[in-house]
Design a protein around this ligand. Structure first.
Ligand code: SAM
Ligand code: SF4
Length: 321
C-alpha cells in the first residue's frame, strides 16, 4: 500500500497519454503550445504499461486516462486492454472532450473501460465553438450518446465562466439530469496558459444561481473525490470541484504521470520525478523506488488561495487536469 507523509492512502493514478489536443479551450490551451514534447520522448504504451504494473503491484486501484485529448493517441483501446487483462478489478476510467468518442466508444468499452468523464461547457453551438475555438458541439453530443449506448458510465464536467456560459448552468445540468449523468462544475483554475479574458464563477456564485431553481442539500465529499456533492429533493446529485477550498487536499489520493514519464505528486507543485529512464531500461525496482519517493514527498496542500498562493508553470493539458 502507498501511504504519504500525511497518512493519506494513495491509490489513484492519472495518466496523461498525450498533451496534444484537437480543441483549443480558452481556459486550458487557447494557443497551440510553442512546442510539443517530441514524439520520441513519449513513453510507448508498452513502457507505460510496465509502470502501470509496478503501480498496481504497489497498491494503485484506480487509473484514469487523460490528456490533452487521450483519444488522439492511436491504439488507446489496446493500452486499456493491457491494464484490464493485468487486473480486471482496477477502476478504469477516462477523461475526454468526446469529440472522437462516437467512433471509439464501443472499442473502449470492449477493452475494459468502465467510466468516462466528458467536458460539456455549453449546449449552444456558437458558445461551444467560442470556448473550444472549433465547431465541436454536434460531435461531442453524438459521442456522449454513443458512450451511454455502449454502457459506459458517463459523468460531465463543466467549467462555468462569466460572460461565456454562466447563463447555461441550469440547461447543462438539466441535460445531464434527464440522462441520469452526474454533472460536476469545476471552478476555473488560474494558469498562465489560459486566455486572460477568462473569469470563472466561484462555488458560492454557482450555488446562488442553482438555488434560484432547485432545493438541495450539501452532502459533503464522497470518499476521495475532489468534488463536494449536493442532493436535490428528487435524489439527483451534482458536484462542485472547488480547488481553492480548504477541504480539497485532505482526502487527496492521487498522483499523476505525464506522457513523457514525469510522476507528479500534486497538480500545482512543480516538483516531479521521472520514471522514464528506469522504465526504458526495464529497471522495475528503480521505477518502484521513484513511485514510493513521489508518494512520500506528496505535499499536504496545494498552494492556491492561501498567503503563499501561486500558480504552477505546468499546463493542464500536460498534467491531464
Ligand atoms: N481533453 C480532455 C477534456 O477536456 O475532458 C481531458 C483533459 S482536460 C485537461 C481535463 C479537465 O480539465 C477537463 O474537464 C477540463 O474542463 C479541465 N480543465 C482544463 N483547464 C482547466 C482550468 N483552467 N480550470 C478548470 N478546469 C480545467
Ligand atoms: Fe483540450 Fe481538454 Fe484542454 Fe480543452 S480542456 S484544450 S479539450 S485538453
Amino acid at each position: 500500500m502507498l501511504i504519504d507523509s500525511y497518512d493519506r492512502v494513495v491509490d489513484y493514478l492519472r495518466i496523461s497519454v498525450t498533451e496534444r489536443c484537437n480543441f483549443r479551450c480558452q481556459y486550458c490551451m487557447p494557443e497551440k503550445p510553442f512546442s510539443w514534447v517530441p514524439k520520441e520522448n513519449l513513453l510507448s504504451f508498452e513502457e507505460l504499461f510496465l509502470f502501470v504494473k509496478v503501480a498496481i503491484d504497489e497498491g494503485i486501484k484506480k487509473i484514469r486516462i487523460t490528456g490533452g485529448e487521450p483519444l488522439l493517441r492511436e491504439d488507446l483501446d489496446k493500452f486499456i486492454k493491457m491494464i484490464y487483462d493485468y487486473d480486471p478489478t482496477i477502476d478504469l476510467a477516462m477523461t475526454s472532450n468526446a469529440y472522437l468518442l462516437k467512433s471509439t466508444a464501443q472499442r473502449l468499452r470492449d477493452a475494459g473501460l468502465k467510466r468516462i468523464n466528458v467536458s460539456i461547457d455549453s449546449l449552444k453551438p456558437e458558445v461551444a465553438q467560442k470556448i473550444a475555438q472549433k465547431d465541436v458541439l454536434a460531435d461531442v453530443l453524438a459521442g456522449v450518446e454513443e458512450a451511454r449506448a455502449v454502457g459506459l458510465k458517463v459523468k460531465v464536467n463543466m467549467v462555468p465562466m462569466k460572460n461565456m456560459n454562466a447563463d447555461e448552468i441550469v440547461d447543462v445540468l438539466e441535460y445531464c439530469k434527464e440522462r441520469d449523468m452526474t454533472i460536476r462544475f469545476i471552478e476555473y483554475m488560474e494558469n498562465q496558459y489560459a486566455s486572460k479574458e477568462i473569469s470563472g464563477l466561484k462555488s458560492d456564485e454557482l450555488l446562488a444561481i442553482l438555488r434560484e431553481h432547485y432545493e438541495f442539500e450539501d452532502e459533503g465529499f464522497d470518499g476521495a473525490s475532489p468534488s463536494r456533492y449536493y442532493r436535490m429533493k428528487d435524489g439527483y446529485r451534482f458536484g462542485i470541484i472547488e480547488p481553492y477550498g480548504d477541504d480539497f487536499c485532505k482526502q487527496c489520493n492521487r498522483i499523476r504521470l505525464t506522457a513523457e514519464g514525469n510522476l507528479i505528486p500534486c497538480l500545482y507543485f512543480d516538483e516531479a520525478m521521472s520514471i522514464s529512464k528506469s522504465i526504458k531500461e526495464g529497471d522495475i525496482a528503480a521505477a518502484a523506488e521513484v513511485l514510493r519517493d513521489v508518494v512520500k514527498n506528496k505535499p499536504e496542500k496545494n498552494r492556491w488561495g492561501g498567503e503563499d498562493s501561486e500558480s504552477s508553470s505546468r499546463a493542464f493539458y500536460e498534467t491531464g487536469g
